[in-house]
Design a binder for this molecule. Structure first.
Ligand SMILES: NC(=O)c1ccc[n+]([C@@H]2O[C@H](COP(=O)([O-])OP(=O)(O)OC[C@H]3O[C@@H](n4cnc5c(N)ncnc54)[C@H](OP(=O)(O)O)[C@@H]3O)[C@@H](O)[C@H]2O)c1
Length: 310
């Protein structure tokens, strides 16, 4: 056994580790090259994950087009980015384009403006979104529609408006920031979970259809992130929720999640879950043991109802 260990197994083990290390290094170098000078459009760049994505893509040498509804916040972010000199690669002054994702007419005009910035788009990061809190019975259909307009129809319209130029160049990459709630639904989040399930489905179809043009599609499904998403969420009657939920406050830092998004895009990953072990396991439970998953969700709904009524 000793002989076998010293002459075969150990060298084989070190050989495999070496090859794996080399492969990872190669992936890292290729990822960096892919992002340097790439024209990257980020929606929802005024806040939270989008703002942090803007910082990491900028530092990676990307040519940014930052989008949002609040022009002042985008200008402030551009000032912040261009004032920082802590990067080793050449950086580029970002452009800003303001529009509301619920306004389909504005999206067509915005896409034309985006294309004028650098002449083309390499990577579109569909990040902007809103969340929702409420019971299905109390929620007006207008609220369901508003969440779908922002999280689903808006990104779909922007993607469709930018795709023809990508197809022409046979080059492009569409990124959708979905959510773990795009893979499983939790109670009192119906409109949000529905919009993210629709996002997952649409971009999965897109990936298959775009393969012929060599256009990449990445769907990223984070768990809780410590941003203002719950504060900015809308409720059953459309008013602002305005509360920082404990789950959101205990979520991952948006800085870390943005770095994971950058790495996933650099590696051209197709589908990524960025969540802790428990929510990640719940996704598999939903598929492998749906009965058990549904019981757990019903019990969660009972508990939440009870705590609201007490
Ligand atoms: N935070 C989490 O726990 C979590 C978990 C999983 C997935 N996500 C996803 O991550 C993405 C970013 O959210 P976040 O956590 O960073 O939340 P956030 O801080 O509230 O940021 C949301 C961004 O979306 C923009 N936005 C909202 N409605 C818009 C509209 N109608 N038109 C254009 N832009 C609009 C906001 O711009 P304004 O400044 O104009 O409002 C803001 O920049 C979302 O897609 C969200 O679903 C978040």
């Amino acid at each position: 056994m000793d002989f076998i260990t010293s002459t075969a197994i150990l060298p084989l083990l070190f050989g495999c580790l070496g090859v794996f290390g080399l492969f990872r290094l190669l992936q890292w170098v290729r990822g960096k090259a892919y992002l340097r000078n790439a024209v990257v459009v980020i929606t929802g760049a005024t806040s939270g994950l989008g703002k942090e994505c803007a910082k990491v893509f900028y530092a990676a040498g990307a040519k940014l087009v930052l989008c949002g509804r609040n022009g002042g916040a985008l200008e402030e972010l551009i000032r912040e980015l261009t004032a920082s000199h802590a990067t080793k690669v050449q950086t580029h002054k970002p452009y800003l384009v303001t529009f509301d994702l619920t306004d389909s007419g504005a999206i067509v005009a915005a896409a034309a403006e985006i294309l004028q910035c650098f002449g083309y788009v390499d990577i579109l990061v569909n990040n902007a979104g809103i969340s929702y809190r409420g019971t299905i019975m109390d929620t007006t259909v207008d609220v369901d529609k508003r969440v779908m307009e922002t999280n689903y129809f808006g990104p779909v319209a922007l993607t469709k408006a930018l795709l023809p130029s990508m197809i022409k160049r046979r080059q492009g990459h569409i990124v959708a920031i979905s959510s773990i709630q795009g893979k499983m639904s939790i109670p009192f989040r119906s409109a949000y979970a529905a919009s993210k399930h629709a996002t997952q489905a649409f971009f999965d179809c897109l990936r298959a259809e775009m393969e012929q043009y060599e256009i990449e599609v990445t769907v990223i499904s984070p768990g809780y992130i410590h941003t203002n998403l719950s504060v900015n969420a809308i409720t059953a009657d459309g008013s602002r929720y305005g509360v920082m939920d404990t789950t959101t406050a205990q979520g991952r830092s948006p800085v870390e999640v943005a770095q994971d998004v950058l790495a996933a895009v650099g590696k051209k990953k197709k589908d990524v879950i960025l969540a802790d072990l428990l929510p990640s396991l719940a996704v598999y439970l939903r598929t492998l043991a749906p009965g058990l998953f549904f019981s757990l969700m019903a019990s969660r709904a009972r508990k939440e109802r009870k705590s609201k009524n007490s």
